[in-house]
Design a protein around this ligand. Structure first.
Ligand SMILES: NC(=O)c1ccc[n+]([C@@H]2O[C@H](COP(=O)([O-])OP(=O)(O)OC[C@H]3O[C@@H](n4cnc5c(N)ncnc54)[C@H](O)[C@@H]3O)[C@@H](O)[C@H]2O)c1
Length: 252
């Protein structure tokens, strides 16, 4: 694997599982020193150990990043650990699908706190921590739900569409400082977090509607995130890269 991110310091939120964990692994495989954030010590330690066992560099950042202070401290911890700060991946999420009559204030608030507000606060903290000359890269994990909706996804679709909006607006503002801001929009990917909403029949329908003929994997998404975080994407900002095997924009 190329070491094009050697020496760069990254933070991936929600990296104890799923897409975040794969992203931390891929950034580290490309040479980055990766802050692995999640809520639980054992999850984080396990992800860090796996990266180190593969020869990569990682460190634990056990914190709830759903508040402004939480994500700011996580970014600060990463910047202090590595004596610089280059890459932020806003990935952590807490998701519940609810139909309109069932949406509850607690669910809406919790999803907004981690899915939307934490992205704003994360970008604010990252912009402060990134070097004024070198710049950096922020990748926000949105979803194809930002582009195409289904029943039960009012809150989720709204939050992810909002993430695309703030990604573009932040890109407009931060480009002059060399900071690129992009998003990825994955389709359904089997992870710990999506387990509760999956079943064989729904997966079969998705696969039949996907030009590439399969579901995505965490590494499919992590590869796109790592690309956007790297210098290969040096002139790419304000984009939403759809990682979906073609399902969103085709009809089979
Ligand atoms: N898996 C999919 O099908 C899919 C599709 C589209 C978009 N996404 C998006 O990708 C991202 C990752 O999804 P996933 O399926 O890998 O999720 P996941 O639930 O498997 O993992 C998310 C991780 O984030 C952590 N987390 C949650 N709240 C946190 C907090 N406040 N502070 C720190 N860590 C916290 C969780 O503990 C968990 O380990 C999310 O933004 C999700 O919306 C996922």
């Amino acid at each position: 694997m190329q070491q094009d991110l050697a020496g760069r310091v990254a933070l991936v939120t929600g990296a104890g599982a799923g897409i975040g964990r794969a992203t931390a692994r891929q950034l580290a495989a490309r040479g980055a020193i990766v802050g692995v954030n999640d809520l639980k010590q054992e999850l984080v330690d396990d992800a860090v150990a796996a990266i180190e066992a593969a020869g990569g560099k990682a460190f634990p950042v056990v914190r709830n990043v759903a508040t402004r202070e939480g994500i700011a401290q996580a970014v600060r911890q990463a910047a202090e650990h590595g004596s610089r700060f280059d890459i932020l991946v806003n990935n952590a999420a807490w998701v519940r699908y609810q139909h309109v009559p069932d949406i509850m204030p607690e669910t809406l608030d919790r999803m907004l706190d981690i899915g939307f507000k934490a992205v704003v606060w994360g970008m604010q903290a990252a912009a402060e921590a990134m070097d004024g000359e070198r710049g950096g890269a922020i990748v926000n994990v949105a979803s194809t739900a930002a582009l195409k909706s289904a029943p039960g996804s009012v809150v989720y679709s709204g939050i992810k569409a909002g993430v695309l909006g703030i990604t573009r607006a932040a890109a407009a503002e931060l480009g002059a400082r060399g900071i690129r801001v992009n998003a990825v929009c994955p389709s359904a990917v089997p992870t710990e977090g999506t387990q509760r909403n999956r079943n064989a029949e729904r997966d079969a329908r998705r696969i039949a509607s996907t030009p590439m003929g399969r579901l995505g994997t965490v590494d499919d998404v992590a590869g796109a995130i790592a690309f956007l975080a790297s210098d290969e994407a040096r002139f790419i900002t304000a984009q939403a890269l759809v990682v979906d095997g073609g399902i969103t924009f085709t009809t089979l």
